[in-house]
Design a protein around this ligand. Sequence first.
Ligand code: ADE
Length: 233
Amino acid sequence: MRYSKIAIIMAMKQEALPIIDHFGLKKDSTFYPIEVYANSDKSIILSLNGHSKRYNIDNIGTQAAAINAFSVLNNYDVDLVINCGTGGGFFEQGTKIGDVFIAKGEINFHNRLISISNNYQNYGLGKSPCLDLSQIAEVLDLKQGIISSGDSFDLNDSELELMKANQTNIKEMEAASVAWVCSLFDMDFTAVKVITDFVDKPADTSEDFISNFNLAVEKLKNAIVRIVKYLQN
Ligand code: ADE
């Protein structure tokens, strides 16, 4: 399938800068706190969660991701949304720092436990669909993985248990939210995540995230450039 107007939704500006630079994107609009960059014919939109003035960091997590996706889908004419960013992988699965994954299967939340009924339970999990991009993954030699989102960078035992039960390969903080908003709009969705740290080595997670960040975002940029080229040609 060919896509002509792709929206890339990201959390942190530092993750996005190599992609913004590569495509020569310019600031197009602000829907505070969301900041949108675009190329001249708007065939590539990149929308950021924006900055928290109060804490002097970029907005991260599922709330910011949801308003970002909602703002893009209400204000831009796009035919595909890609959520991209960093994520934690599982050392015991053989994942390596810098591995780039394309989403497969359903995108879940791992911290929304609502045991009132089956429907509430499934709603809590999210189970939002993403495109089957196994062909692209094969052609571009990228891994495919199941993504799970939550609002904690840190990890507790129940989250780990739920992620394992759902065969999770990548833990991050936005994809399930963006996927949910896309499902409301019947918008095609995928996610691309690069691994900065290991979920199953909790003592090292924050340090690994910081020290591997630059290498990871470079790899993410290289993958996104190839994916967008493939999808738009
Ligand atoms: N982004 C990068 N690493 C992460 C982790 N371990 N958990 C959540 N989000 C992340």
